[in-house]
Design a protein around this ligand. Structure first.
Ligand code: ADP
Length: 395
């Protein structure tokens, strides 16, 4: 039996590695997906599912510390042993930060990894976890092709003004500027839009990626012109547990008056704020929508209000707007948030089709609406598989 050639896509976080396995077709098709959770936590759990969602592999480790490298080895071993073995031809990795230089995906070797490691101070919570499985594969299978795809690359097209902070040059020259994130999601959404309406490829579009992490991006004829996330993934909208934009004076107050240190402020901004912090109930939009508690209502009201404010700002950066697109967990699934977010865009000429919105789209604006509104399911993994395949076939 000839072995199937596959591309693995890896998305590594602080305690988990998510993986998706794609066939090598021109537009890659998903074969398996799964994850390994509880890394470094003493209760690791590996699961793999086939394309129909049927569980095809599972393992648990209790007590032992399992590292990212061990987790990556487990994933490769599973794929090489499953169904007589899959022939892994490449691994595509989601890497949060490509810095100012990586404007697109890059083939990985020790030198590129060293340059990506040097960006760790710009994304200390994500970059080291993204790089750990890459290093492990470089050690274990140095001839296996690896490609890094960055959350920042899509935004390198932004005009210099959109990337700048009003700070002195001795600070900005260290790379302190706006980068933007969720770029692989925005790129995927832009690749899907022309199938819904051909004109959208050349249009002025605002995409709202509303998940646990949330950001919005202004796209003009396929190019990012502005985004709500900047130097780090904490700027912009309130998120599940992140605060979103604050007056920088708040940080000084926390330091001077509340005597918080940098780590305590980091925990506050990344883990204890946003929907969870405001509601005191949950970071999960489903729980907040189901709650009658006034603090849950306040968290939702603030989320929607800030979407409306950012939409106005992004529409200004674009000089007008033709379409608003919702994606990610909340954007794809919450008719309530979409309805309320669209209501904030009434002044821009957006009129919702309530029935289409309840049905989940794809088009959720009325026929007469001057600005169209859409729901698109994002697929960052597929975007990484496409990039990986394209880069290798061009080599
Ligand atoms: P991540 O950023 O971790 O990838 P997701 O894109 O999966 O997150 O989005 C998670 C968010 O989507 C959670 O707040 C969850 O409550 C929300 N969500 C998922 N399904 C629904 C739904 N049916 N209604 C409202 N919110 C939903």
């Amino acid at each position: 039996m000839t072995k199937s050639h596959v591309i693995i896509v890896i998305n590594a976080g602080s305690s988990s590695i998510k993986f998706s396995v794609f066939g090598e077709e021109e537009d890659p098709v998903l074969v398996f997906k799964g994850q390994i959770d509880g890394l470094h936590a003493g209760h690791t759990h590996f699961q793999a599912y086939d394309a129909d969602g049927v569980l095809v592999g599972e393992q648990r480790w209790a007590g032992d510390e399992v590292s990212h490298a061990d987790g990556m080895r487990q994933i490769l071993d599973f794929l090489r042993s499953h169904q007589g073995g899959l022939n892994v031809v490449a691994v595509g990795h989601r890497v949060v930060h490509g810095g100012p230089d990586y404007t697109g995906p890059v083939r990985l070797d020790a030198e590129v990894v060293r340059r990506l490691d040097a960006l760790t101070p710009l994304a200390p919570l994500h970059q080291p976890h993204n790089l750990a499985p890459i290093r492990m594969v470089l050690d274990m299978a140095p001839d296996l092709a690896q490609v890094a795809c960055f959350d920042t690359s899509f935004h390198t097209a932004q005009p210099a003004l959109a990337q700048a902070f009003a700070l002195p040059p001795d600070i900005t020259c260290r790379g302190v500027r706006r980068y933007g994130f969720h770029g692989l999601s925005y790129e995927y959404v832009m690749s899907a839009l022309p199938q819904l309406d051909l004109k959208l490829a050349g249009a002025k579009v605002v995409i709202a990626h509303l998940g646990n992490g949330a950001s919005m991006c202004a796209v003009d004829a396929g190019k990012s012109v502005a985004s709500t996330m900047g130097f780090t993934a904490v700027e912009g909208l309130p998120m599940g547990t992140r605060s979103g934009s604050l007056d920088p004076g708040v940080i000084l107050y926390l330091l001077d008056e509340m005597k918080m240190d940098a780590r305590a402020i980091e925990r506050l901004l990344y883990k204890q704020s946003g929907l969870l912090g405001v509601s005191g109930i949950s970071s999960d939009m489903r729980s907040l929508e189901a709650s009658s508690d006034p603090s849950a209502k306040l968290a939702i009201d603030l989320f929607v209000y800030r979407i409306g404010r950012e939409l106005g700002s992004l529409a200004a950066a674009l000089g007008g707007i033709d379409a608003l697109v919702f994606t990610a967990g909340i954007g794809e699934n919450s008719a309530l948030i979409r309805r309320r977010a669209c209501a904030t865009a009434g002044w821009l000429g957006l009129e919702l089709d309530e029935t289409a919105n309840e049905a989940g789209g794809p088009r959720i604006s009325s026929r007469e609406s001057r600005v169209s509104a859409w729901v698109v399911r994002t697929n960052e993994e597929l975007m990484i598989a496409r990039h990986t395949r394209r880069l290798l076939s061009a080599a």
